[in-house]
Ligand binder design. Structure first.
Ligand SMILES: [Zn+2]
Length: 653
């Protein structure tokens, strides 16, 4: 049954959450008292109890992102600690851990694949969290986690302080090529009343000068300041690697890299490294060609014969303007929001046989559009589209799952999800016209949503996007993205909203060419980051060893070697202050799956319904209930090929 988006008693959410959690705790204690625990009498109610909690909390957190107010912030701030304390306690509950292990050992043979996967994931997560260790090891682990928390906070703070403490003042002659809006943001009046321009190391400002700053010396000045930020982070990096190594040792792994892949699709450290090296070696020739293009234009325009890292952004932009640019304004009338959404639905009906029907129902905002999804006349799920920018909404775009699809012991539920974007607002007078990149975003988020909504799994913990390995989460989203560049797909909806004229082939080809601009250079850069991250966490390292690892990788794979003062590592927050440690490779890993799956469609036909059905049933339908290695092999009858990504990115032919 589909549930409406209604939040009762929002201001008292924290109190109600506490009540619900108390109820859960009481129920869990009751469950733990059961003498003969089985999957049915223990795991089923345990999952349902967690599901209820998620259904209750998701809208509360959702409201804070889509209709932010003082009240929503207050409620969020009250609920978050309650939930995280509950989560931490649950993750350390040895009795619960033992109960699940016991059920696994006694019932494994009579349980189905989904049920076994639920148990395996639970056991793995408990182990990775330190359950089952001696008290001494637990204490050590707790200390390490605390220290790591402090270190990552310091790492970010140092970076932030360094970013905010630097500025560069420019004259009119240094900025005359900047777009008006960037110039405007940088301009100020000095004490003598002269107009000057100030640039900082904050992203938009840094990017603006690196891309459009015509004074080469100033370009180097800002580049050097950027890549020498937070030199004290060097020492923190040493400590972070040491602690993460210790942590993985306590948990029974040789290194943090092997700990990291335990919960991912990649099956060995060598797998990850050889995958990245393959990508890099294939990309190098094309990257050299791309770099030569930039060198030529730098020479032609300004007689520069020794192109440096700090010139790359600027002359790449010149090259792009000359040969690869697309005029967003030309495309917008072809991408009117309503027709894009309806076109996307029509396309999804064509390949997946699923029908989207708009329903009128209240939700959090009048601009939200709600659709029911039917397959062969059967209701299978619900999607909330909140696509237009508002001042009370967080930026960017995302998908969030609400209900999970399940069917256990006569309890069943259909799934639901929210897709949120920040497209231009529509009004009675003005249609919402999208850029092509917005269309790509919508396809991307819809890819995530379908992964959740088209689940055929009965167990909530591994249904839809639940339990999906981290390095494969982006597979269905990137996969769907590729279709938004396909002529046959675009022709469904890319029609001028006034003249009804269809976007022509030439304009479509330009979109593809623009997408692949410097794709080999981009790939090499990502591989450089990913290899550095992964090899870094394979063993403990001194700061000198960290530097020489980076130097070696650059020596091998960079086509333009950065100056020796470049200490990129000191600003690599993804892996030192975020969750990507020994996992940065995941971006490219998922891209290979998406590209390879898409390539099959290119070979067998974009609207090949047999292939689409197999993708829907196998890849999407199984959610997190099986490993992606197995699902992929099942779907494609072969392993994914790195070459498919290289072909789609136009790196090899
Ligand atoms: Zn995504």
């Amino acid at each position: 049954m589909s549930q409406k988006f209604i939040i009762n008693d929002f201001e008292n959410s924290a109190k109600n959450l506490e009540k619900l959690i108390n109820k859960n705790n009481i129920q869990l204690n009751e469950l733990l008292k059961i003498k003969e625990k089985t999957y049915n009498n223990f795991c089923v109610p345990y999952q349902l109890m967690q599901e209820n909690l998620e259904v209750f909390t998701t809208p509360i957190f959702h409201i804070d992102s889509v209709q932010n107010s003082e009240l929503s912030q207050k409620v969020y701030g009250e609920c978050l600690p309650i939930l995280s304390i509950y989560g931490t306690k649950l993750g350390q509950n040895e009795e619960l851990f033992s109960a699940i292990k016991l059920i696994k050992s006694t019932e494994s043979k009579i349980l189905n694949i989904e049920q076994n996967k639920v148990l395996d994931n639970e056991i793995r997560n408990f182990k990775l969290g330190g359950c089952g260790l001696s008290d001494k090891s637990k204490k050590d682990l707790e200390d390490i986690n605390l220290q790591l928390g402090e270190l990552s906070k310091d790492f970010s703070q140092n970076l932030l302080d360094a970013t905010n403490s630097w500025e560069m003042i420019c004259d009119e002659s240094d900025v005359h090529q900047l777009p008006a809006s960037d110039k405007q943001s940088a301009s100020y009046e000095d004490k003598d009343g002269n107009t000057k321009y100030k640039f900082t190391l904050q992203m938009p400002s840094y990017i603006a000068y690196s891309t459009y700053g015509n004074n080469r010396e100033k370009r180097e000045e800002i580049y050097k300041a950027y890549c020498t930020r937070a030199s004290q982070n060097e020492d923190l990096i040493e400590q972070i690697i040491e602690l993460k190594t210790k942590k993985s040792n306590i948990l029974g792994f040789d290194s943090y890299s092997s700990y990291s892949i335990e919960s991912k699709m990649a099956s060995s450290e060598d797998d990850v490294i050889s995958f990245l090296e393959k990508l890099a070696s294939f990309s190098k020739n094309k990257a050299n060609d791309e770099l030569n293009e930039v060198k030529n234009i730098a020479n032609k325009l300004d007689g520069i014969s020794d192109l440096q890292s700090y010139d790359l952004g600027y002359y790449s932009e010149k090259l792009k303007e000359e040969q690869y640019s697309i005029d967003e304004e030309y495309y917008k009338p072809y991408f009117e929001q309503d027709s894009v959404v309806l076109g996307l639905f029509e396309f999804l009906y064509k390949i997946f046989n699923i029908k989207f029907t708009r329903i009128e129902e209240e939700s959090w905002n009048e601009k939200v559009k709600i659709f029911e999804i039917h397959e062969d006349g059967k209701y299978i799920g619900k999607i909330f589209l909140d696509l237009e920018a508002r001042t009370d909404k967080s930026g960017g775009a995302w998908m969030h799952n609400w209900h999970n699809k399940y069917d256990i012991n006569n309890n069943n539920q259909t799934p639901s999800a929210f897709v949120v974007c920040n497209f231009p607002a529509s009004s009675k007078e003005q249609k919402s016209l999208l850029r092509h990149s917005d269309v790509v975003t919508l396809f991307h988020e819809m890819g995530h949503a379908l992964h959740h909504l088209l689940s055929n799994v009965n167990e909530p913990f591994v249904s839809g996007i639940n339990g999906v390995a981290w390095d494969t989460v982006e597979f269905p989203s990137q996969f769907l993205e590729y279709f938004s560049y396909e002529k046959e797909v675009l022709q469904i909806f890319a029609k001028h909203y006034e003249t009804k004229e269809v976007l022509n082939d030439d304009a479509i080809n330009k979109l593809i060419k623009a997408r692949n601009f410097q794709s080999a250079l981009g790939t090499l850069r990502q591989v450089e980051f990913a290899l550095f991250d992964f090899k870094l966490y394979q063993s403990k390292k001194s700061k000198e060893e960290v530097q020489s690892l980076l130097d070696e990788i650059r020596e091998e794979y960079s086509v333009l070697t950065p100056p020796s003062y470049n200490k990129f590592q000191n600003g690599f927050s993804h892996i030192f202050a975020g969750g990507y440690s020994a996992g940065y490779y995941s971006y490219k890993w998922a891209e290979v799956l998406s590209a390879d799956a898409f390539y099959l469609f290119k070979e067998k036909g974009i609207f090949n319904t047999n292939l689409a059905k197999s993708y829907k049933d196998i890849i999407l339908g199984n959610g997190g209930s099986k490993d992606m290695n197995e699902l992929y092999l099942n779907f494609a009858s072969r392993e994914p090929k790195v070459e498919s990504l290289l072909k789609i990115d136009d790196i090899i032919s």
